[in-house]
Design a protein around this ligand. Structure first.
Ligand code: KG4
Ligand code: ZN
Length: 336
């Protein structure tokens, strides 16, 4: 079964063709990041307009790279939410029109569930039940995944998402947007033990996070030490980046391992933009090993927003007959 996936929830227009929910036949991502970088963050109206321009060629490219035409497609999956409402509308309306015109089933995919399903596209996948962390610019959520489509939220951030903290700290330090890769690169030249930043909610008996206190602590440190030295690539700036990154990694790893222990799981999957952080993956993997737990993380191409993960989740939904009608609409936040 071939599913055409479409993603447009934020600043990436993406389309992909996935076979039977597990084999990526093509995955095309058109990123707007260089446009938004000028403004230091995503500008929603600009994002919507750029999705409109990109969607048609991106879908054509995904079909061509998979060596198929629309006639070969068995179902369509598009991100329905959460995300930027105008951006979501472009991809979802496109998908809805295509599904209607071609008489194909349409899955309205939850973007966060899709990030977890990016782990399905790996050669070595986590076994059910496993613990999953979706960690991106908008979310830091821990789930228990009991089976296909069976996601139970165990904890989430009370304020900033981990990726958002990376982006805000990078901005304070005058680094480029998005902040995650810039902080990770700078941290390589620093000593993570030199400046100790706070680890919020570590002692709390739950799986929630808070990153706004850490962000404020970095702001205070920068305010108290305005002279960052002659070289922004080493010395104090690098120690700040390394200390901040280690605080985030410490909290994420501790909570993930605690969640796995709590649910007696031995596999931990991480997904979303921040899972591109190799320092995080390495440290988490080493710590997990001590408890005989295994960590699964997608390749870089599947960490950030992409449509292969949308098609992977959409395949499960279409198989289970969870399909959308013409009246279904996008949603910016998860209904609680
Ligand atoms: O999943 P994603 O592409 O989009 C959202 O759904 O938010 O995640 C983007 C986030 C940004 O906050 C970015 O700074 C962060 O992922 N990120 C990283 C790294 N690469 C991207 N954070 C830490 N280290 C990285 N290497
Ligand atoms: Zn995402």
């Amino acid at each position: 079964m071939l599913i055409l996936g479409i993603e447009s929830s934020c600043d990436e227009t993406a389309a992909a063709v996935v076979e039977d929910g597990v084999r990526t036949r093509s995955s095309v991502v058109s990123s707007q990041v260089s446009t938004h970088a000028i403004y230091g963050g995503v500008v929603p109206e600009l994002a919507s307009r750029m999705h409109i321009e990109a969607i048609d060629p991106v879908v054509d490219q995904a079909l061509a790279q998979a060596g198929v035409s629309l006639d070969d497609i068995d179902g369509i999956a598009a991100t329905q939410g959460p995300g930027l409402i105008g951006a979501l509308l472009v991809g979802f309306s496109y998908a809805r029109a295509l599904a209607w015109a071609r008489n194909l089933p349409l899955a309205g995919v939850n973007h966060l569930e899709a990030h977890i399903c990016s782990l399905q596209l790996l050669d070595h996948r986590p076994s059910f039940p496993f613990i999953a962390l979706v960690v991106s610019g908008g979310h830091t959520n821990i789930y228990l995944v009991k089976g296909p489509g069976a996601f139970t939220l165990m904890g989430q951030t009370r304020d900033d998402a981990a990726g958002e903290a990376f982006d805000k700290v990078a901005k304070m330090m005058g680094l480029s947007y998005p902040g995650g890769p810039a902080i990770e690169a700078l941290a390589k030249n620093g000593d993570p033990e030199k400046i100790k930043f706070p680890r919020s909610m570590l002692k709390k008996d739950n799986f929630d996070f808070s990153f706004s206190g850490l962000k404020s602590a970095v702001a205070r440190h920068l305010h108290e030490h305005p002279d960052m030295g002659p070289d922004m690539s080493q010395g104090r700036p690098a120690h700040v980046a390394a200390g901040f990154q280690m605080a985030v990694i410490d909290v994420l790893s501790t909570k993930l391992i605690a969640a796995a222990k709590n649910k007696n799981c031995f596999d931990i999957g991480i997904a979303g933009g921040v899972s591109a952080n190799r320092t995080f993956v390495d440290i988490l993997s080493k710590r997990a090993e001590r408890y005989k737990m295994k960590v699964f993380s997608p390749p870089l191409s599947l960490c950030g927003d992409n449509a292969a993960m949308i098609a992977a989740r959409g395949w499960e939904m279409i198989r289970d007959n969870q399909v959308c009608g013409l009246g279904d609409d996008v949603y910016s936040r998860i209904k609680s």
